[in-house]
Design a protein around this ligand. Structure first.
Ligand code: DHB
Ligand code: FE
Length: 288
């Protein structure tokens, strides 16, 4: 049976991709951020994952505002790099896992989630940036197969935080009912606090970001119980992307161990974070 070996969280700010593309990771502006990324990458290598389910949002590149699915599952064998206006970046395309994608879609529908099924779709910085932060840039092939899960966080109505958490529980069920012995990680992406538009453009909330990184591990019920309006108010309109980390957290056990946590502000106009979680080992008085 397939296994879930870790839960990862990461911002996906496009300026991180720009810093990687231009070799700026050791410059004074960027070094404090990238220094905190390296240990997270080491922890992921120790997990030896085969497959990454990456929960992210498209930013008007693969879907435009005229058609935005609330939840969508990638069921393709390959995902090309989206052109975000400057031509596609030169990172390799992602090998998918269509068989697991279909199994996930099937499991979700059986549990009363009704995702859109995507057999051909491009992926933008929302997926590319976390992949490169956790796995580095490969010469030719990424070391894991990728299953993208798209969540609408850009156009009202976005899903409830509690619904994202519940989606994660079904994702866990899909992983554990998938035949084979592959090792899965789930990656929640987006955030942390940022607002790119309107009167509060440039808004960040470092105290709330630090509390989020603490409680997504320790007290996810608090974060799942917040309203969508709370997310916009506390984290900014685009900071509401953080509800996607709840999908990752819902897939994990109630008790987790934090293997790595890193916070830096600002990158672009955004608080940025990285988190590596493992399920807590069973205590001797617990049964399997
Ligand atoms: C920016 C874009 C994003 O998608 C994001 O999540 C954070 C920041 C930006 O353009 O700065
Ligand atoms: Fe984003």
């Amino acid at each position: 049976m397939a296994r879930l070996v870790g839960g990862l969280g990461s911002s996906h700010v496009p300026s991180i991709a720009m810093a990687l593309d231009k070799g700026l990771t050791d410059t004074p502006d960027w070094k404090p951020f990238f220094d905190g990324v390296a240990p997270g990458r080491d922890r992921v290598r120790e997990m030896r994952p085969d497959v990454a389910v990456v929960v992210f949002n498209d930013h008007g590149n693969a879907f435009f505002f005229d058609r935005v699915p609330t939840f969508a599952v990638g069921c393709a064998e390959r995902y090309a790099i989206a052109d975000e206006g400057w031509g596609p970046r030169t990172v390799p395309a992602f090998d998918g896992h269509a068989e697991f994608g279909w199994h996930l879609a099937d499991t979700l529908v059986a549990e009363s989630f009704d995702p859109t099924v995507l057999q051909e779709i491009e992926v933008d910085h929302g997926l590319q940036v976390p992949m490169e932060l956790f796995w580095g840039r490969p010469e030719t092939m990424w070391p894991v197969r990728v299953v993208p899960v798209f969540v609408n966080v850009i156009q009202h109505p976005i899903p409830l935080p509690s619904r994202c958490h519940a989606f994660g529980r079904v994702l866990r069920k899909a992983i554990e009912s998938f035949p084979g012995d592959e090792r899965f990680v789930v990656v929640g992406t987006g955030g942390l606090s940022h607002q790119l538009q309107g009167a509060r453009a440039g808004f960040v909330n470092p105290d709330a970001d630090r509390a989020f990184l603490r409680d997504i591990a320790r007290d996810p019920g608090r974060l799942a119980g917040m309203s969508r309006e709370d997310y916009v108010r506390v984290f900014g309109s685009e900071g509401a992307e953080l509800i996607m980390w709840l999908v990752m957290r819902g897939a994990m056990d109630p008790e987790v161990v934090v293997r790595h946590s890193h916070y830096f502000v600002p990158a672009s106009m955004t608080g940025v974070g990285m988190l590596v979680l493992e399920n807590a080992p069973l205590r001797s008085n617990q049964s399997i």
